[in-house]
Design a protein around this ligand. Structure first.
Ligand SMILES: [Zn+2]
Length: 391
């Protein structure tokens, strides 16, 4: 059985067709339809039933003019941007699910059961398409993703969290999906776009917010990191591991946004080590990071002087102590391939060559205009002392 968008009529109406578990569509006539979310959200009333009109079953509002169409209910329940019905407006291209640019062509009904006078439907694959491409959303998986977002909302930006709570409260309290749910989804999408902008992630206007929100949730710190002073100075492996984790959390945590943008601005988004500027409006994520030098909070962690603007390769090489940044009074900054790198890649001269390509003094022009923003020697010294890096 399937909910199908008919293409014949201009506006594209939705119909219920076929059969499932030997229940035919015709058996559902005159029965209010419920959607079983197959989750703790329970069953939701649609306010829609199947009516026989001119001998053909049609999906109709039970109370005329009250409620929204079935495809809009599915979209608003699943935090999807709104689709359209007029297929002449489709443009093609990625992403497929984009507000006002795709149609919900077909929704698989995997089970239909009768309880009292109602028919309860379980949904499965949802086929979305634009002119050229199809994207399938699995209803039960998507519901689980949304429950994860509800549960983790506090770890997301406050405006997103507030809208997610409102969505959950709306669905649970009304036991249905309505135009007010749609308004909340619009707010979730716009709050997600704002959050993406703050994190330097390029999100296309009207894009499906759920994949990005799940990414943000996954990247949130979950572990308390012990201070470096609690770790035996002899245990270098452990110290390095803790420094890595600290850096990762600092780079991803909500307070990092200001630091990142301040560092990028000071360095004009250019890698201090190689001079590349890997930024373009056509590329989703810039290839330039704001790296921390000394990895402990009490070292004024988030001042620009404790940061370096580095490309991905050089961020990695710096964090892994393969390339070190040295400061010598009177000489200035220079890059050194460390003993650790020489040992680690002894049998791989191509790696050493590529690291060595940036070794040597750094041209002053690559440093920030304000000398206060330059990498502070005391942070560099702390880093190399703590990590016993040999040049
Ligand atoms: Zn670089």
């Amino acid at each position: 059985m399937e909910i199908l968008k008919r293409t014949s009529s201009g506006r594209g109406e939705y119909e219920l067709a076929g059969s499932v578990d030997s229940v035919a569509t015709s058996a559902l006539i005159d029965k209010p339809l419920l959607i079983d979310t197959q989750s703790s959200l329970g069953q939701l009333s649609t306010g829609i039933w199947l009516q026989s009109q001119g001998g053909k079953p049609r999906l109709r509002m039970i109370e005329k003019g009250k409620g929204i169409h079935i495809h809009r209910q599915i979209e608003a329940l699943l935090l999807m941007p709104q689709s359209i019905r007029d297929e002449t407006q489709l443009l093609g291209g990625q992403p497929v699910v984009l507000a006002g640019r795709y149609v919900m062509r077909r929704v698989e009904v995997s089970s239909a059961k009768f309880v009292d006078a109602s028919a309860i439907l379980q949904l499965r694959a949802i086929d979305c398409l634009n002119d050229t491409l199809t994207h399938q959303i699995d209803f039960p998986n998507r519901i689980q993703s949304i429950l994860r977002l509800y549960a983790g909302a506090e770890k997301l930006p406050p405006r997103v969290a507030k809208a997610l709570h409102a969505h959950q409260a709306d669905v649970i309290s009304t036991r249905r999906v309505s135009a007010s749910t749609e308004r909340i989804v619009a707010e979730i999408i716009s709050a997600t776009e704002a959050a993406a902008e703050e994190s330097d992630i390029v999100l296309i206007r009207g894009e499906d917010p759920v994949p990005l929100l799940l990414d943000l949730l996954r990247s949130q710190p979950t572990v308390e990191i012990p201070p470096i002073s609690d770790i035996d100075p002899e245990d270098l492996v452990m110290r390095r591991r803790v420094a890595d984790r600290w850096r990762m959390q600092k780079d991803r945590g909500p307070e990092s946004t200001k630091f990142r943008s301040a560092v990028r601005k000071a360095y004009k988004s250019t890698c201090l080590f190689c001079g590349l500027r890997l930024v373009s409006p056509d590329v989703r994520v810039p290839g330039i990071d704001a790296a921390h030098i000394a990895a402990w909070a009490h070292y004024e962690a988030d001042v620009v002087g404790n940061g370096l603007c580095l490309c991905k390769l050089h961020h990695w090489a710096f964090d892994q102590y393969l390339l070190a940044l040295k400061f010598d009074e009177g000489v200035g900054y220079s890059i050194v391939v460390t003993q650790l790198a020489l040992d680690a890649f002894a049998s791989d001269p191509a790696v050493l060559e590529s690291l060595a390509a940036v070794a040597g003094p750094i041209n002053k022009q690559r440093l920030p205009d304000d000398p206060n923003d330059w990498p502070r020697p005391q942070f560099l010294n702390l880093l190399y002392e703590d990590m016993r890096v040999n040049f």
